[in-house]
Design a protein around this ligand. Sequence first.
Ligand code: 3PG
Length: 399
Amino acid sequence: MAIRTLDDLDFEGTSVGVRVDINSPLADDGSLADDARLKAHVDTLTELLERGARVTVLAHQGRPGGNEFEPLETHARRFDELLDAPVTYTDATSSAGAREAIDGLDPGQALLLENTRFYSEEYMEFEPKVAARTHLVERLSPHFDAFVNDAFAAAHRSQPSLVGFAHTLEAYAGRVMEREINVLGNINETPTPRAYVVGGAKVPDAIRIIRHGIEADLADEVYTAGLVANVFLMADGVDLGEAAADYIMEKDVWDQIDRAAALLETHGNQIHLPVDVAVTRGNTRTEVPIEALPTPSDGDVMDIGSETVEQYATYLDSMGTAILNGPAGVFENEAFQLGTKGLFEAVADTEYSVVGGGDTARAIRKFDITGFDHVSTGGGAALAMLTGQNLPAIDALDS
Ligand code: 3PG
């Protein structure tokens, strides 16, 4: 891939359109519940501003009709606090007012435009050359000298602001995008042996990651946790009890048991399952060895057990790379945090560690676990990379 980065242009005095992904969880009052995605872009924006660019930032928030489909005013205020340079906001995206605000920027100043998805074109997916003909891209392109895409977390979408400007302007990867491509695009070059640690509740995605990891010879060993492990345990013939089976039904992943069984059949020697789990008994955590399941008094399986954490940690200690996706249990509940904390700490201690996924990032921040070599900003985009798919916004940058 030949992707230009910020090293490839002299930005002094230029007007640069920068696409970021600051799509964030919002509190009930509309304030930012988490600013991690804004913080991730500080390096790119600071570098451009310090190098004298006139920076216009484009971004989306939420989806049409959703609770978090909101204006970007609070995001602009937070950027203004995070950056040393002034950041202004306009409640317009491509109107005459927006274009005037762009043209009025001085070198070293930044402007955040309104939520791109307030305009219907931006919630559609196009080929880059068609995206280049959308109103947004046609109206704004003449006001930019260059385009920087730093929105890795949205790179699996081919919406106009993500792929269209790369067709009309010289386009560059920002520092977030560059790092993500370097790490997730080169997993095959990380130290071996390589372990995939796959948990969480998004079972179909997890099974795709495991299958691709094994079949593309990226994963030497796979350690399962979370609801993913429960599905694999059932595929292996373990009776987890009524509550756990009901939950698998409720999450609509019962059909995944057959897919897990097929993987166990062909690659069972590489796929590790928990040796114990934590279940609810009353309101408390009770650890039960797999062979003792089900016991009549048990409720749902909410976490992996401490024996499993210890065993996985010992194996991970001898791995060159650990790639983590998904928590080990219901970590929002204090009684069931042990698995996620213990497993994540073991991954962080591995020689080289990469983590991806929205719930994973949330757990890392909650427990303040440090020491990972790369924490991806992407949920769906990281998943796409880990399952070997091409990402349209990255392809569009390839010159
Ligand atoms: C994300 O949060 O995964 C990205 O911002 C993309 O959002 P979307 O799934 O609403 O397109």
